[in-house]
Design a protein around this ligand. Structure first.
Ligand code: CP
Ligand code: NVA
Length: 308
């Protein structure tokens, strides 16, 4: 059987995303038999810090009856120069699946190229696919959309840095045919090649996509989503970014332009006073922590779908 990886949202068809979302919702409502992964192992390989992704994947495999295996890169032979190919081939002999968080997307692609087990992207500089599946699930729950058709009426606005999270949000929106506006300062707009790839889907799925630097495009938003202005790996630009991004902050003034039923999403960790004000974080805490909780339900659905 050919193994399948989740490196990008584009690895999934709309049909597959629907299956993962409906499984996640079923799991959350405890309608699904869980103990199906007895003897299965999930490797967790992280080059960067993580709270939600690491813990939700670890708990997900345990709740499915399997075992997480934490891989400390510093203590592995790859830190002494063993190749990705050899590491990947060896890990494939022990594990049932491998989740990797890495600075460079190419690092995860290289692992996946040689692995004979499914490789799941737990965030790279290019995408964060598992995150946005939980985000779509959260929007469905809070806006009471029973299916993808219901989601299409919802205006989703992402404001801030067009980073890995924004790239995956764009990808999931074009694959499902959603209405997404991304608002970023001009130096931080979606990169041309990422936008071009997304536009290939628009005609066939009917997605409504706007990429702009005009913060007034937030008007009538049903969802406002933001993420940190300085992602992991970009710390040296922090000072410069704080100035450039200030007018893209999620605050009460911005919320006043949105629809009266607008919800606020944040993938976390949040930097209060930068991309989001403390009062808005508090006001939408229930949505944002449900979004974090949904990572667990989605990770289980992903593991069930990818690990056979
Ligand atoms: N949102 C998210 O991926 O959080 P972590 O960095 O804590 O995994
Ligand atoms: N864009 C952020 C997401 C963290 C979950 C980063 O890459 O640091």
């Amino acid at each position: 059987m050919v193994k399948k990886d989740l490196l990008s949202i584009y690895d999934l068809s709309a049909k597959e995303i629907k299956i993962i979302l409906s499984t996640s919702l079923e799991l959350k409502n405890k309608k699904k038999n869980l103990n199906v992964f007895k003897g299965k192992t999930l490797g967790l390989l992280l080059e960067e810090p993580s709270t939600r992704t690491m813990v939700s994947f670890a708990v997900a495999i345990v709740q499915l009856g399997g075992v997480p295996v934490y891989l400390d890169i510093e203590k592995m032979q790859c830190s002494r120069g063993e190749s990705i190919r050899d590491t990947s081939l060896v890990l494939s002999r022990y594990l049932s699946g491998l989740m990797i968080r890495a600075f460079k997307h190419s690092y995860v692609e290289e692992f996946a190229k040689y692995a004979t087990i499914p490789v799941i992207n737990g965030l790279t500089d290019y995408e964060h696919p598992c995150q946005v599946l939980a985000d779509v699930m959260t929007i469905m729950e809070f806006h009471k959309a029973r299916n993808i058709e219901g989601l299409k009426k919802i205006k989703i606005v992402y404001t801030g840095d067009s980073n890995n999270v924004a790239n995956s949000l764009l990808a999931v929106s074009v694959v499902l045919g959603l209405d997404l506006t991304i608002i970023s300062p001009k130096e931080y707009l979606t990169k041309k090649e990422i936008l071009n790839k997304a536009l290939e889907y628009v005609l066939s799925t009917g997605a409504e996509i706007k990429i702009t630097s005009d913060i007034n495009e937030v008007k009538n938003a049903d969802v406002i989503y933001t993420d940190v202005w300085t992602s992991m790996g970009f710390e040296s630009e922090e000072k410069k970014r704080k100035k450039i991004f200030m007018s893209y902050q999620v605050n009460s003034e911005l919320l006043a332009k949105a629809s009266s039923k607008c919800i606020v999403l944040h993938c976390l960790p949040a930097t209060r006073g930068e991309e989001i004000t403390a009062d808005i974080m508090t006001k939408y805490e229930d949505v944002i922590f449900t979004q974090a909780e949904n990572r667990l339900h989605v990770q289980k659905a992903i593991l069930l779908y990818f690990i056979k």
